[in-house]
Design a binder for this molecule. Structure first.
Ligand SMILES: Nc1ncnc2c1ncn2[C@@H]1O[C@H](COP(=O)(O)OP(=O)(O)OP(=O)(O)O)[C@@H](O)[C@H]1O
Length: 261
């Protein structure tokens, strides 16, 4: 079976002279949840832009559900749903109308879409707000609308930027439940997040990106071991810090004999 997402030695960025990403490779299988982590500026958003086909590789390739963008742009694009960190909604469409718009844009079966919409409204406690315009919703509610639209599509690949930021505790639980249902239905999920405890609890695997290169990858447990932080009290946060500090040290080794003395 084709992977849901493959990055194969992806090199890319905003200028050919100075790529942001350097031979980044990883894949996500259908039904798998992958966390993408890295410091500010590590290249996470740039990697996502390449996956969405908004930027083209300088070398290497990206495949979604086995397809490269150039193979079939329409199928490639309709195989992904993306939820950005900042909700962007149509100001003149109600919550229900957004979901109907998504139904039409992705050519979803009307009955299935109606059932899913109802279930999502229930899961995210949004039934009372289905007739509301975005301008009258709170930030977290607007985020929920974005998530509901992406989950409605049930695409082969779901990409979510900072999914856990700004959601109340029940909404966070609802999201995890909805993501697990999406996985059970075969969607692969890529979560870019700085909230490492949530990824440690929920992601099957994580990839650590540092200065546009993959520093570590594997299950949260494997990443902790790679950071030599496999002890019982270590968290993914601890492992992440150790990996970054070790990489920085390797990049700039202390000069022998030039220290204080
Ligand atoms: N539009 C742009 N033009 C030129 N360089 C950019 C652009 N956007 C980002 N960069 C550069 O690309 C590098 C990676 O940025 P990117 O936005 O991918 O990081 P990130 O990992 O998503 O960071 P954050 O956690 O802060 O969102 C940074 O050096 C950044 O300055």
């Amino acid at each position: 079976m084709a992977t849901a997402l493959t990055l194969d030695k992806l090199t890319g960025g905003y200028s050919a002279r100075k790529p942001v990403l350097h031979e980044v490779s990883f894949d996500i299988r259908p039904g798998e949840m992958m966390g993408l982590i890295g410091l500010n500026g590590a290249g996470k958003s740039t990697a996502i832009k390449h996956v969405l086909g908004l930027m083209l590789p300088q070398s290497g390739e990206v495949r979604v559900a086995g397809l490269r963008l150039a193979d079939d742009r329409e199928r490639y694009r309709s195989s992904c749903a993306y939820v950005p960190e900042q909700p962007s909604l149509f100001p003149n469409l109600t919550v229900s109308e957004h979901l109907r718009w998504t139904e039409t844009a992705y050519g979803l079966d009307a009955r299935t879409a109606a059932q899913r919409t109802e279930a999502l409204a229930e899961t995210f406690r949004m039934k009372h707000a289905m007739g509301a315009l975005p301008g009258t919703l709170s930030k977290g509610m607007r985020q929920k609308v974005m998530l509901m639209n992406a989950l409605l599509v049930s695409p082969p690949l779901l990409i979510i930027d900072e999914p856990f930021l700004g959601l109340d505790p029940l909404a966070t639980r609802a999201l995890v439940q909805a993501l697990n249902e999406a996985r059970a239905a075969g969607s692969a999920i890529l979560l870019s997040s700085h909230i490492l405890p949530a990824l440690e609890r929920n992601a099957d695997r994580v990839v650590v990106l540092h200065q546009g290169r993959i520093l570590a990858g594997g299950t949260p447990e494997e990443v902790k071991q790679a950071a030599n932080a496999g002890g019982r009290d270590y968290t993914l946060d601890d492992a992440f810090e150790r990996l970054i500090l070790a990489a920085d040290e390797k990049a700039a080794p202390p000069e022998g004999g030039a220290g204080r003395g």
